[in-house]
Design a protein around this ligand. Structure first.
Ligand code: BES
Ligand code: MN
Ligand code: ZN
Length: 510
């Protein structure tokens, strides 16, 4: 779907098949004042307004958030259909606008419209309580782009039918030049973020047979070329030289060798600060010799959701040219079984010199991430963030609703919580009690890589904290949120691309 914004109010002669009109309960209620509406607005037609009010009175259309009602215009306007989307009664938040955008895009799709216009009533752009106009525009644009997303299927040529649609967003009434300019900037920013997330979702959906660590490295190289970033790909030989024992152990069982992918962005040369963003890039997780059970194993193509989030964040950071320095690190491997694979009981030496007793080959994420953290520190990162589909434990605790977070720095954690609030991606803290760390004590090495199912999400976070030194650190476990079983708001079933926008927002706000 081609999604655009125009600052000029188009004449009624525009041949839009579908008009999408957000509507509040107040506009349909008894006491609704008849403010002057644009001629292009379907609600300006008495017949349409009466029909909508009647449905509102009856209770079949309450204008509740995301509720959609489409009615044919039967020649009353040059457009064939009007779709009304509820906005509820209260104040409109950024999340409401994302949901509105997503519902609008879905409606365009389900109506099979080739062209559509989203009309924004004055109340929606002329100063919404609580949000800046630019942020409102960005949120709406994100919703439109993300709501239009569909997982692409690998199907036979004949049955392939792409729904090509154009959706244009227009401001009703008489926006000032300033309002239009702010809206224009915000909308572009939102489209940029939305398109990066869509790209992340596509990466996550790629099967393991296609997206090997080498293929992921090529994606990163292409990204670097497109957004003017520096890119280093560390292959298995260089990884050996640099002592990346965690990455190599996990990758050993596969014919597809592991890669440590490093991207550099220098947007603030005068600053000493450098973000280290580290994303888990397991392109398929069988569990290794601590084999996973069969049901649902296909979803382990998504065990590189953290990598996708970090890469997509780099895409946002690079295209918006944010004022910050960032080193992004993606440790990537395929966790397989073979005569060369690592085994329970093995003791490995990590890149920072710590030794680890392997007790469970399915606790592979923390091993590759640990070397990723060391790599980021060696490249000068002053604050670290890791993002990973790390534990079933976090799914048990928080479900698909929120990502689990951990930190060694209270202020830093609050910054993340604030960024996540702005992007509408829920996070919730996991406890970091020292008792969890003690459960990782080993008889054979400095620490072991697992300690059973109980408290697993916290224990996994504590494992990673052993590799961050004294640097401020944030850990985000997206095992429950990166891949969801049913659609909601601006997220469809399957890959969500979660945390790409939050990471970029974190970096943007410094
Ligand atoms: N990739 C999995 C975690 C996961 C589970 C992601 C469900 C997405 C959905 C991870 O590598 C894993 O297997 N974790 C183990 C750790 C345990 C062996 C300590 C887990 O949580 O079961
Ligand atoms: Mn695993
Ligand atoms: Zn995994």
């Amino acid at each position: 779907m081609k999604i655009t914004f125009t600052d000029t109010i188009q004449e009624q002669s525009q041949p839009w098949e579908l008009l999408v009109r957000p509507v509040t309960a107040a506009e349909l209620g008894q006491e609704s004042a008849s403010e002057k509406l644009d001629a292009a607005d379907p609600l300006a037609l008495p017949a349409v307004k009466e029909a909508m009010q009647e449905r509102y009175r009856r209770g079949s259309f309450k204008a509740s958030p995301e509720q959609t009602l489409s009615i044919p215009l039967l020649g009353l306007l040059p457009n064939s259909t009007a779709a009304f989307i509820g906005l509820g009664g209260g104040a409109v938040s950024a999340d409401d606008l994302r949901r509105l955008g997503a519902a609008a895009a879905r409606e365009v799709r389900s109506q099979k419209a080739a062209s559509a216009c989203l009309l924004l009533p004055t109340a929606l752009y002329a100063g919404i309580g609580g949000i800046e106009t630019g942020d409102a525009a960005a949120a709406l644009a994100e919703g439109l782009v993300l709501g239009a997303y569909e997982r692409s299927k690998t199907i036979s040529e004949e049955s392939k039918k792409v729904h090509a649609a154009e959706l244009q967003c227009q401001l009703c009434g008489e926006p000032t030049e300033e309002q239009t300019a702010i809206w224009n900037e915000g909308f572009k920013r939102g489209v940029t973020a939305g398109e990066a997330v869509v790209w992340a979702r596509d990466l996550v959906h790629l099967p393991g047979s296609v997206l090997t660590p080498e293929a992921l490295a090529e994606e990163a190289e292409q990204l670097a070329a497109d957004y003017d970033l520096d890119c280093e790909i560390i292959d298995e030989w260089t990884a050996q030289e640099q002592g990346m024992g965690g990455l190599l152990a996990v990758g050993k069982g596969s014919v597809h060798p592991p890669r440590m992918i490093v991207l550099h962005y220098e947007g603030d040369p005068d600053s000493e600060e450098k973000w280290g963003l580290v994303g888990k890039g397991i392109t398929f997780d069988t569990g290794g010799y601590s084999l996973k059970r069969a049901p649902g194993m296909e979803e382990m193509i998504g065990d590189m959701g953290g990598a996708a989030a970090v890469l997509a964040a780099m895409r946002i950071i690079g295209s918006l040219k944010l004022k910050a320095n960032v080193v992004a690190v993606i440790p990537s491997a395929e966790n397989m079984i073979s005569e060369r694979a690592y085994k329970p009981g093995d003791v490995i030496t990590m890149m920072n010199g710590l030794t680890v007793e392997i007790v469970n080959t399915d606790a592979e994420g923390r091993l590759v991430l640990a070397d990723g953290m060391t790599t980021a520190l060696k490249r000068g990162a002053t604050k670290l963030v890791d993002v990973a589909t790390l534990t079933g434990g976090v799914v048990g605790a928080l479900g698909e609703v929120a990502s689990g977070i951990m930190s060694n720095d209270e202020t830093f954690r609050q910054q993340l919580e604030e960024a996540a609030l702005r992007t509408g991606e829920r996070v919730w803290p996991l406890p970091a009690f020292k008792e969890y760390r003690r459960q990782l004590d080993s008889d054979a090495a400095d620490l072991k890589n697992g300690a059973g199912r109980e408290g697993a999400a916290s224990i996994a976070g504590m494992f990673i904290s052993a590799f961050v030194g004294e640097k401020p650190w944030l850990h985000i476990d997206i095992a429950g949120t990166s891949w969801i079983s049913r659609a909601r708001g601006w997220e469809g079933k399957g890959a969500t691309g979660v945390m790409a926008r939050t990471l970029a927002e974190l970096v943007r706000r410094g």
